[in-house]
Structures are given as C-alpha cells and as structure tokens.
Design a protein around this ligand. Sequence first.
Ligand code: NAD
Length: 360
Amino acid sequence: MNKKITVIKGDGIGPEIVTQAQVVLDKVCEKFGHTFEYTDILMGGCSIDACGVPLTDEAVATAKAADAVLLGAIGGNTSTSPWYKLEPSLRPEAGLLKIRKELGLFANLRPALLYDELKDACPLREEVADKGFDMMMMRELTGGLYFGKRETKTVDGVETAIDTLEYNENEIRRIAIKGFDIAMKRRKKVTSVDKANVLDSSRLWRKVVNEVAKDYPEVELEHMLVDNCAMQLVRDPAQFDVVLTENMFGDILSDEAAMVSGSLGMLASASLNETKFGMYEPSHGSAPDIAGKDLANPIATIISAAMMLRFSFDMDKEADAIESAVKQVLKEGYRTGDIMSEGMKKVGCKEMGALIAERI
Ligand code: NAD
C-alpha cells in the first residue's frame, strides 16, 4: 500500500522523536511491502521563525492532501522563549488549534495501558497494578461546555457567569460510531460515560449511544456515571476497554487514566475526523529542557505512529508488530532516562528507535 503522511516535527524534542518514529515506519515498509511518502510542514515556533506565523495556509493544504498527519510536539520554554512575547494568536500553540480546526478533528483517542515492565511507575495499589490494564480513552473534542455560549453579567446586582453545555444528536452519533468501530478492533466493550441522572445533554448522549449500539451487536455496551468512572479508574482500571465520553468529562478522565499508567514519554494520542484521516502525536510537549541531547523517549511517538497504521490505514498487523517490538525492547531491559530504573540498560533516543525498528 502507498500512503501519504504529512510530518510535523515541530520544536524542542519534536524532530528527534519523529525521526525515530520514521525509522520504525521505514522498517514496517520494508517488512510488509508498503511505501510511505513523507512531506514535512512547519508548525509552532519553527514556523514563526521561518514564516512569521505558527501555521501557514499552504501547510494546512499539504496536511489536508495527506492520508494522515504525524506530529512531534511544538512550543518552547514558556518563560524564556521570544515566541511567548507575541500576541496569543501568533504563539506556537495557535498553530495546533488551527490545524485541529481545519482538519475537523472531533474525536480524541488516548490509550492508557500499563506495561508489565513499568509496573513500578504505576501509583496504584500493588494488587491493582498487578492485574494490569489496557484501555482507550475516547473524548469528544469540538462540542460541549468548552465551545458553548458563555457570558459574565450582573444579575440583580450580583456578578454571574454562565457557560452552556450543548450537544446535538449528530455530534454524539459521529463520535459514538468511532467508539464502536474502535471497540471492534479491540476487546469489544464500550463504557459510555455521562451524567444522565442530572444533565439533559447526557440523557441525549445515552439515547444516541444506545441507538448506535444496535448496529454493533458484538460489542458489549455499559453506561457509567462520570463520578463513578473517576473512582473505577483507580479502583479497577482492568474493567475498561473503550471509554467513550464528552469533552469536559473526557478532559478530566483522560488525564486521570494517563496518570495511573506512569511516564509521560509513553503516552500516545490520536485525533480523528469523520473519514479515516487522523493526526497522531505523543501526549507530552516539546520538552525544551532536554531538546537536542538525545535524551528524549521516542516511544509515545512510535506508539502514535502505530495508531496511525491501525486507525487511518487499517494496517492492524503492522501496528501489532510495532507494539510488540516496543514491549520486547522493554522486556529486554532497555530504558530511556525518564523510565530508567535500577538494573536496566540506559539508552538514548536514537538507540531506542533503532532497537525497536530491529525487532519489527
Ligand atoms: P513537556 O511535556 O514538554 O515536559 C514536561 C517534563 O517531561 C519535562 O521535564 C520533560 O523533559 C519531560 N518529558 C516530556 N516528554 C518527554 C519524553 N518524550 N522523554 C523524556 N522526557 C520527557 O511539558 P512542558 O515542559 O510543560 O511544556 C514544554 C512546551 O511544550 C511548552 O511550550 C508547551 O506549551 C508545549 N506543549 C506542547 C504540546 C503539543 O505539542 N501537543 C503539548 C503539551 C505542551
């Protein structure tokens, strides 16, 4: 298969980690007979320096013409970098907001899994960590409370703030379909999280999710209230497969799920639109403190590339091969500095990429 990938290396450790993800992808091509055509675009601080804006319209057009986007990270040191003296719409992060909007990315996916070898980094009780967990947090990204009408006004002499939580059935249906499609590629269970005992938007959410579920008879569906879900994530995370939820609940729960799985350098993410198109990136930032020193952990980016193969290209075998190679390297005791523990073999970003590629 031939696929076009727009590559955004970005700032800080971005170029180092994306290069290693490409080393791994090239090995996948060689092994499975595919070709990936990469086109680089600038976004973030490097685009400000070169073009005066964090993302040009030409760069957006290039991204739109691809089958998927692979992103490293953008931004610099927010206290010292001159990029942060610019007005907010010209800062690095404005590029990220613009590309998400232009590409219509409404579904955010964050896998949260505990690698056997990294159990020590899990802050949960030993017996909970020992059971392990492997879930996909799926969050609606463009609706709900963060995008509703808001105002602050004085009502009868009292300062009053109003935020509006609004969802229509189409917004719910499209993310529910994504959630069930992804569950079909996993353990076939969806936990839909809402607050249907209080909120109208949650009652509509539940109704539409139930309707969509009828098209997926093989997938087990359960509904869970958000407060219960927050507790269950620390009590028994092994029960979850796909966790499907709206924007604000997802914002909070996906950080909770990330925290229980340990290091930032291991956390991948994807944002999808209505088609197979997606943007794939690690959950961490550009780590300017370690940039250019070959210290970064490339695994979150490499796992993000595996997600790209699975969800945008339907290359499940190839994605499995990358994920198994990552597990194998961890099993053999190789660690970057951020996940280093006693008795393990410390390697840099480049060597970690090469070790994973060798095991594909
Ligand atoms: P960060 O995630 O970049 O770094 C936090 C800490 O984790 C640092 O000590 C860093 O060295 C470490 N770290 C992060 N990723 C690592 C990796 N792969 N390997 C080893 N260690 C790693 O967060 P920050 O320092 O708050 O932000 C730095 C910059 O990144 C800021 O400009 C911020 O706006 C930006 N940022 C960008 C994105 C993105 O591009 N999507 C996301 C978050 C933050």
